[in-house]
Every structure is written in structure tokens, then in C-alpha cells.
Design a protein around this ligand. Structure first.
Ligand SMILES: [Zn+2]
Length: 456
């Protein structure tokens, strides 16, 4: 038996049974077979059923979960035979009817700024009047207005806000997210954000991977100083990083590497210091201008380089070289952001795919530049603006997003031994997930083998 699964002998299934058998699916997109890149970016491992001719018949695909793990996936007759051969008590599996829907792995959002105070709807109007992101930031708006509101928000306020948006994400089929700090920009508030994110992940059902993003912007108290940027970089390295490391919640360290924010050299110093504390580097890279971010991500072996709406040719080359190694840097593209910022230029997803760079997609959920918690909506934006196919976007929010969080061995596909994070959709094929933008098309969400959302 794979994955160290334990068999519990017993009678027929009841509410407390550790087993689920998902039947009646028109399609199962398994995503089996590892990280996707190049030609395989669009391979979703599709198993289909002819429900009209063979509804629930021996060839229809099913997914079996046992004690929080995937036990088997495939045609019903083969799965039942395999379960029996491996000693599972078939009678104890509760049958869950997918009712002609598609079954996919739980979606993974690899880039969110989940926790913040306040909102910034007025910036939408400023942008309509022609103000740029950098102009709004220079005038004390943008990230800085969120920093002011977040510093005033206590842990309970942040937790209430977090739960509200996690519920929204769950309703869109999301079972794991990354959540960044970065609206505190001082040790006390950064740790508060990381602690609340970690606690909300423990509370569940969505699992949360916290990322420390102290170098998200230069805070107001450093801006008035002539050497403000450099002084803040030193403060991040010498004052914040040791405290964040001792606190022990942040798995990753992120930096906003961008012309006019933190240079590639400053980003390198911060991420190397973080690595020494055991935090894995990831970057906001080349969002607005070619800033050396993609090159730096490749140099450091970062888990992912995010945004990449304006990488240099050398940066794309560097990610392509890294992609040919056993430690590829994932290009995590955030098309909801470029859409919401009304940008003409989008991340060159097709070039990344042609060069064999694994592509993931995140929402970039945040109050200024991407106030959407809907990963399926980001998939739609990827189809429309990045020219990715629906199949490519599904890989981007499952197995490749898992890789961007270094969790590809645990989540992101429906394969025996992996966590039983599963979504049953109200549409018959996964290509319809980005096709109905904004619609509620999730029927059932299963997290680690437990039904956590059900709306038949
Ligand atoms: Zn971001």
C-alpha cells in the first residue's frame, strides 16, 4: 500500500468513515506525473466517462480517498480491484456522487497578500484618471496606505478579515494558499501578520504557507531619510530577519525587486541573509520594468519568480537555463493584477512555456492591485491576456502552484499517497472552469479527505 496508509477494518460506511469514493464524474483531471513545463504544461491527465452510455459503469473514472490521502484513481473496476488487493475495506467507503461534474485536485494559490487593513477603492478612480502605480505610491498612497491601516489592526481584526476571504477562496475550489506579510514593515507588525496567517492555516480548512515580505516597500519612517532605502534594507537584515526566524512561522522570504523599490543587489543581500536562516527565497520580479529579478531568481535557485510582466530577454534566458536543471524556478504569473491595473502589456507566458519554464498562476489577492480572491477568475485572465489554454491554466493552479510552494510531493495532483484535496465542479469538463468567469461552479470541496464545502 502506498503512502503509509493504514487500513481500518469495519462495517459499512457511516459518517465517520475514513473513506470516500467519488463516483459519477464526467471527467477526472488527475494532473498525475509531476511538474508541467513546455509541451506538458497543458497535460492534465484527463480521464473521461461516457455517462449517457455508461453512467457509473466499470469504465467510469472514480477517485478513492482513505484517511486523508488519495488511495486510487482510475476506471471504477480497476480501482475497486486495486483497493481490494491492497486490503482496503471496500464497504466502508462513503460514495460521493459527482453528478456529471469534473473532479480536479484542490486549487493552490501560490501568491496572496491575504492579511491587510483597510481598502483602496479610490485608487481605481485615480488610475482611471491616469495616475500610475508608482505615482500613487510616491504620493503616500498604494502600499503605504495599507501599511498605515494594517499597523492599526490587531490580531483579532486581521483574523476576522482573513476568515472572510478564506471562505471566499474555498468557494472557488482553493484548498492551499501562500500568504505574505509585508504590510507591517516593522518587526512587531510583520510577526503579527505571520502569526495570524499561521493560526488561520491551523484552523483550516485551507492550509496556509506563510511568507515573510518585509522588503515590500520602504516604510514612511525611513522615507524621510536621505539613505532611507539602504537603511531599511539593513534594518530588514539586522533587525527583522533574526526576529522573524526566531518566531519560526515563515517558510519563505520574498522581496519586491523592482526599479524604484529594491534593487537586484539589495534583494540578493536580503534573500541570502534569509537563506542563512533557512527561509527559501521567492521574488516579486520584473512586475513593471526589467529589474534583474528573473536573473536573480535563477541565480539564487528561488522557488519562484512572480509577476514577470516585464522581464528582460536575459531574465527569460536565465529562467530557461534553470528550468533544465532539477531545481526549476517556477514563473508565477499574476494576470488578474495586470488586468486590474489596466495594463497593455502582460507577462510573456507563451515565451516561458516555449522555453520550458514551468508556469504557475496566482491571484495576487491584495487591496490595491488585485482585489480578487478567485483563482478561477485569474485562470480566465490567463486565457484571455496571456493566451494560455484552459488546460495550461489548470496545471498552473495545481501541480505547478504546488511546486512554487515546494509542496509538489504532497499536493497538486490526484495520485495515490498524496493528500486527498479534491474539488468536484458543477461543470462537466475542466476546460469550462475558466470559461464561466465569476460564476459559482464549485459543488464540493474535500480537504485531506474531509468534505468541507458541499452545495449540490
Ligand atoms: Zn504580490
Amino acid at each position: 500500500m502506498s503512502g503509509g496508509l493504514r487500513v481500518i477494518e469495519g462495517g459499512r460506511g457511516d459518517e465517520s468513515s475514513p473513506g470516500l469514493l467519488i463516483v459519477g464524474a464526467a471527467e477526472v483531471a488527475t494532473m498525475a506525473g509531476g511538474v508541467r513545463a513546455g509541451l506538458t504544461q497543458g497535460h492534465v491527465g484527463r480521464l473521461t466517462a461516457d455517462l449517457a452510455a455508461d453512467g457509473g459503469g466499470p469504465d467510469a473514472p472514480v477517485v478513492a480517498c482513505w484517511e486523508g490521502r488519495i488511495a486510487a484513481v482510475g476506471p471504477r473496476s480497476k480501482v475497486e480491484a486495486a483497493l481490494e488487493a491492497e486490503g482496503y475495506p471496500l464497504g466502508r467507503f462513503i460514495r460521493v456522487d459527482a453528478d456529471g461534474g469534473v473532479v480536479t485536485p484542490g486549487l493552490i494559490d501560490p501568491h496572496t497578500h491575504l492579511l491587510f487593513g483597510g481598502s483602496r477603492e479610490h485608487e481605481l478612480i485615480l488610475r482611471q484618471q491616469g495616475a500610475s502605480y508608482m505615482e500613487i505610491l510616491a504620493a503616500g498612497g498604494g502600499i503605504l496606505s495599507t501599511v498605515a491601516a494594517t499597523r492599526l489592526a490587531d490580531a483579532e481584526t486581521l483574523a476576522v478579515h482573513g476568515r472572510r476571504w478564506l471562505d471566499e477562496m474555498l468557494g472557488h475550489g482553493v484548498t492551499t494558499i501562500e500568504a505574505k506579510s509585508g504590510y507591517g514593515l516593522d518587526l512587531e507588525t510583520e510577526i503579527r501578520l505571520l502569526e495570524v496567517a499561521w493560526q488561520l492555516g491551523r484552523e483550516g480548512p485551507i492550509e496556509i504557507v506563510p511568507t515573510y515580505l518585509g522588503a515590500h516597500a520602504v516604510p514612511p519612517e525611513f522615507r524621510s531619510r536621505p539613505d532611507g532605502v539602504e537603511a531599511y534594507v539593513r534594518s530588514v537584515i539586522e533587525d527583522q530577519l533574526p526576529g522573524v526566524a526566531a518566531h519560526g512561522r515563515a517558510r519563505f522570504c520574498d522581496v519586491f525587486c523592482e526599479t524604484g523599490v529594491f534593487s537586484a543587489d539589495q534583494s540578493r543581500r536580503i534573500l541570502e541573509a534569509a537563506s542563512a536562516y533557512g527561509m527559501i527565497p521567492r521574488l516579486h520580479a520584473d512586475e513593471l520594468h526589467p529589474s534583474g529579478g528573473a536573473e536573480l531568481a535563477a541565480e539564487l535557485g528561488a522557488a519562484s519568480a512572480d509577476h514577470l510582466a516585464a522581464p528582460s530577454d536575459a531574465g527569460i534566458d536565465a529562467l530557461a537555463v534553470a528550468a533544465a536543471t532539477d531545481q526549476p524556478v517556477v514563473a508565477t504569473l499574476l494576470p488578474a493584477t495586470t488586468w486590474f491595473l489596466m495594463k497593455e502589456h502582460h507577462a510573456p507566458a507563451r515565451r516561458f512555456i516555449e522555453r520550458g519554464v514551468p508556469v504557475a498562476i496566482g491571484t495576487d489577492f491584495n487591496p490595491g492591485t488585485s482585489p480578487t480572491a478567485s483563482l478561477p477568475l485569474a485562470m480566465t485572465a490567463a486565457c484571455l491576456n496571456l493566451r494560455m489554454t484552459p488546460d495550461e491554466t489548470l496545471a498552473a493552479v495545481t501541480i505547478n502552484a504546488a511546486r512554487a510552494l515546494r509542496l509538489e510531493d504532497e499536493i497538486g495532483s490526484l495520485e495515490p499517497g498524496k493528500a486527498a484535496d479534491v474539488v468536484i465542479w458543477k461543470v462537466p469538463t475542466s476546460t469550462q472552469i475558466p470559461y464561466w468567469p465569476g460564476a459559482d461552479i464549485v459543488r464540493t470541496v474535500i480537504k485531506r479527505g474531509r468534505i468541507v464545502l458541499d452545495r449540490p
